[in-house]
Design a protein around this ligand. Structure first.
Ligand SMILES: [Zn+2]
Length: 147
């Protein structure tokens, strides 16, 4: 709990600062703070595993403790990295205007679901469908992976 959600940052997201209002703004801010949180986790993992492997020396060498710190590419393969990619994607959809619509059936995703998972791409119905069908979309649906 070191971060306050109301903290304002400058300059951390490049030149592109979309001006969202109302609902969109709320989602955008939720996505940004979630992304920051994940970045911090990735950073913590990287630095703590570095410290651990240095301090513990050879003892930890064979449990792969340096997996996270080897490079950013590997870090991005992690669970956090995947979620960061989903968040970036959701921000892109906010900008393009199709955020909050199910990529399979096109209905609006419930706001309760977006509160819980701001980067959700599927409505709960299609999400459940995919879970029952090994991740495959319904006929005619998109083939993008779900969260
Ligand atoms: Zn759907």
């Amino acid at each position: 709990m070191k971060d306050s959600p109301s903290r304002h940052r400058q300059n951390s997201n490049g030149p592109e600062v979309p001006k969202f209002r109302g609902e969109k703004r709320k989602r955008y801010e939720a996505l940004l703070s979630l992304r920051d949180e994940l970045y911090d986790q990735v950073k913590d993992l990287s630095s703590s595993s570095l410290v651990n492997s240095r301090e513990a020396g050879e003892d930890l060498a064979d449990i792969g403790s340096d997996n996270f710190s080897r490079d950013m590419g590997l870090t991005l393969m992690s669970e956090e990295g995947k979620r960061i990619a989903l968040i970036q994607d959701a921000i892109q959809r906010l900008i393009e205007g199709d955020y909050g619509e199910c990529i399979d059936c096109g209905t609006k995703i419930g706001s309760g679901r977006l509160d819980a998972i701001p980067y959700a791409k599927l409505c709960i119905k299609c999400k459940t469908f995919r879970e029952d069908n090994e991740g495959m979309p319904p006929e005619g649906g998109s083939e993008e992976l779900t969260e």
